[in-house]
Design a protein around this ligand. Structure first.
Ligand code: COA
Length: 384
């Protein structure tokens, strides 16, 4: 009998602070419907001074370890575009905060918003070889663009932790996958910049080109036709992007467009904003936490990372998945964020790039259990 592999548990964390996009629209003199309807966004999560991808990643993973313990976890992958060091992986900091055993490797992966899917694929390969192992995959990012830029409204932050294992309780991933890699300068972040550079219109086109290319490759490698995919879940730099992508795919294959097949994946993302590597899996969390009973449904997952890589894969929702839902915890995390005024948000944004040259102590301001405490001797420190 072939091994069943996939996502055994999934947990989403975000920051302690939020900006209401109606406030940002008023500040920028923009019609709020551009953000609400044109982009499909209502809020964006913003990190406090003591929050970064390490604290968010640990916050996302902690409930998974409380539920399942650490036995058999021999690999931790942290996928991120927002790394905190050029050499040391964010995963090693997270490993320490979570108290994982020394017999667990800890590695960071990077390819814009895509690398969480690379981590997931690596995890599946490892478990196929050693079915007793479990792999902790965490996608964590802070989307930061320049103040007053067109992309500013598509910022956000979140982390999604997934426990990948044999006999998964949530989603059994199928082996067919479609890949499309093409070099494009649609979005990137030079080593000396704390904000990403983006050619927004090009990135929308590159996203769709990669979607259609990945879809064709998926079909050529044994993937099922579009009619056999019950729900779609996309990387969502802004949630209307999912609708654009679905329209493009429907036209590409000559199928009817059915909004109901992707809308369930946008609820959390509308309130978080872009979270780069975490965005697709925040969409999956949203779908699984929704009112629809998706038992047995096939979910198509489209991962995109600028630069660029697209990958399409699919999985079946496992019977009993609702017994493991985390909707209440996720909604509480979203509802309890503190709203920042636009002045507070702009001051926080301007001060976010603290560098490492001067020692600095950061006071705890966020509500989560993990805090970035500052820099001494050019090294970052965290505490639980
Ligand atoms: N009411 C309703 N909709 C409105 C509106 C209003 N008052 N005003 C504008 N809109 C719509 C526009 O028609 C457009 O819809 P469309 O895309 O279906 O044509 C949408 O809102 C966005 O408007 P646009 O003028 O294109 O926005 P922009 O030039 O400010 O840029 C992005 C939008 C997404 C390109 C920009 O925010 C960006 O670069 N973000 C970062 C990169 C990114 O997210 N890339 C995605 C792929 S990875």
């Amino acid at each position: 009998m072939s091994l069943r592999l996939g996502i055994h548990d999934l947990s989403l964390a975000t920051t302690s602070f939020v900006v209401q996009l109606d406030d940002l629209a008023a500040y920028a003199g923009v019609d709020p419907d551009k953000y609400r309807l044109g982009l499909g966004q209502e809020q964006m999560s913003v990190p406090g001074a003591d929050e970064d991808i390490v604290t968010m990643a640990a916050r996302a993973a902690a409930p998974i370890l409380e539920r399942h313990g650490v036995d058999g976890i021999r690999t931790l992958y942290v996928a991120t575009e927002s790394g905190v060091d050029q050499s040391k992986s964010a995963a090693v900091f997270v490993h320490s905060l979570l108290g994982l055993p020394s017999s667990c490797r800890a590695v960071e992966l990077k390819q814009a918003c895509y690398s969480g899917t690379a981590a997931l694929q690596a995890a599946l390969g490892q478990i196929a070889r050693s079915p007793e192992d479990r792999v902790l995959v965490i996608s964590a990012d802070i989307a930061r663009y320049a103040l007053d830029s067109a992309a500013e409204v598509t910022q956000g932050a979140a982390a999604v932790a997934m426990l990948v294992s044999a006999d998964p309780a949530l989603v059994e991933l199928e082996s067919a996958t479609g890949i499309y890699t093409a070099e494009v300068d649609d979005f990137w972040r030079p080593n000396d910049s704390s904000t990403a550079l983006v050619d927004g219109k090009l990135s929308v086109d590159a996203y769709i080109d990669a979607y259609l290319g990945a879809w064709d490759d998926y079909r050529a490698h044994g993937g099922v036709p579009i009619e056999q995919i019950d729900r779609f879940c996309h990387h969502q730099p802004f949630t209307r992007m999912a609708a654009k992508a679905q329209r493009a795919l429907a036209e590409h294959v000559g199928a009817e467009i059915d909004e109901a097949r992707h809308l369930g994946s946008t609820r959390y993302n509308r309130r978080i904003g872009n979270s780069y590597t975490a965005s697709l899996y925040a969409g999956l969390a949203s779908l699984l936490d929704g009112d629809d009973d998706l038992t047995g449904a096939r979910i198509g997952l489209y991962s995109y990372g600028s630069g660029s890589i697209g990958e399409f894969l699919a999985g079946r929702v496992v019977p009993g998945y609702r017994d493991h839902g985390r909707a209440a915890a996720t909604l509480a995390a979203l509802d309890t964020r503190t709203t920042l005024s636009i002045e507070q948000y702009r001051a926080l944004h301007a001060g976010a790039a603290i560098g490492s040259v001067q020692d600095v102590t950061i006071a705890p301001v966020s509500s989560g259990p993990f805090h970035f405490t500052g820099v001494t001797g050019r090294a970052r420190h965290y505490r639980r």
